[in-house]
Design a protein around this ligand. Structure first.
Ligand code: SF4
Length: 326
């Protein structure tokens, strides 16, 4: 930056460093999905995934190395929590991906149009680093992304949803995964602290300031656990006319330690039809990057296991009302 005074440059050199995150690996899927594994020091690694679509390019980035929430169906949750990422480490994933993709595609135009905070970690448990990173993504002097195209995905940290509403309202996605508290307690342990009724109240309050007029609810389809027609009807009762929303049904990506299985396509279709017939906007997420293990829930694959969380979770089968334990 030769347009800055030399004295200032010297001062900056002593105070700050400008470096990219070291890349451990890069995998490119046959469908164009790209996954990077970044080294964030002390044996920790985080992943970012680029998903190209005809009308947009979405980058999914991480907010923490590991995660403390411990969702049953999530391979990141199974490895436990290592540490929060710094703001610079969050934004560096976007910087690297954009530069790398422009180079590869020989493009001077922006490649990444959407960012989702849906990689490793619970973003709202790293709030103080998250919000400055979001502001950089939105700032015209930063990446200039629209609020509608930046999404924070949360497992339901209710007080932080309230704060995000005031500090930096971007699009919100909520990992719901169950229509009732007893089942959600088992799939998303944070539910014991912030049960569904509180979560939905926070979602409604968030909508006052949200850039989109709906909340996205993610629902990972687990065979024999949360995918029955009765549970679809319970979901209808829970959400219809209660929260403006879209429901995204996600095919589960099995990993050995989970003890869970992906719902069949027929079951997913039947579940979706009940929601659609009840007037709930519902989509089924296409699986992307399967050949490079890039799909959601597999982002932790190569990261060192730091805790015994995976053992604890394997020992606790999911108990479904009226069914034998899975
Ligand atoms: S789904 Fe999200 S919040 Fe739950 S364990 Fe995985 S990374 Fe953490």
């Amino acid at each position: 930056m030769s347009d800055l005074a030399k004295s200032l440059r010297d001062k900056l050199a002593g105070l700050a460093q400008i470096t990219a995150l070291p890349v451990i690996s890069e995998h490119i899927s046959t469908d164009g999905t790209v996954k990077w594994l970044f080294d964030v020091g002390a044996g920790n690694a985080v992943e970012a995934v680029y998903i190209p679509e005809t009308d947009r390019g979405t980058l999914c980035i991480s907010s923490q190395a590991g995660c403390a929430v411990g969702c049953r169906f999530c391979s990141t949750g199974h490895q436990g929590f290592s540490r929060n990422l710094e703001t610079s480490e969050i934004i560096a994933q976007l910087w690297f991906a954009e530069h790398s993709l422009r180079k590869r595609l020989n493009s001077s135009e922006r490649v990444i149009s959407n960012v989702v905070m849906m990689g490793m970690g619970e973003p709202l448990q790293n709030y103080s680093a998250l919000v400055p990173a979001l502001k950089m993504m939105l700032d015209d002097h930063g990446y200039g992304l629209s609020r509608r195209r930046v999404t924070v995905s949360t497992s339901g940290v209710v007080p932080m949803i309230e704060r995000l509403r005031d500090d930096c309202p971007v699009a919100l996605a909520v990992s719901l995964h169950a229509p009732t508290d007893p089942l959600r307690d088992q799939l998303v342990p944070l539910n014991k602290k912030y049960p569904i009724a509180e979560l939905l109240a926070a979602c409604n309050h968030y909508l006052d300031k949200a850039p989109r007029d709906f909340i996205t609810f993610e629902y990972c389809m687990l065979d024999g656990v949360n995918d029955t027609p009765e549970q679809a009807r319970e979901l209808v009762d829970l959400l219809r006319n209660k929260v403006a929303c879209k429901i995204n049904l996600i095919p589960f990506n099995p990993f050995p330690a989970s003890g869970l299985k992906r719902s069949s396509n027929e079951r997913v279709k039947a579940f979706a039809e009940i929601l659609l017939n009840a007037g709930l906007v519902t989509t089924v997420r296409k699986t992307r990057g399967d050949d490079i293990d890039a799909a959601c829930g597999q982002l932790a694959g190569e990261v060192q296991d730091r805790t015994q969380a995976h053992i604890r979770m394997v020992r606790a089968p999911v108990v479904v009302k009226g069914a034998s334990p899975s």
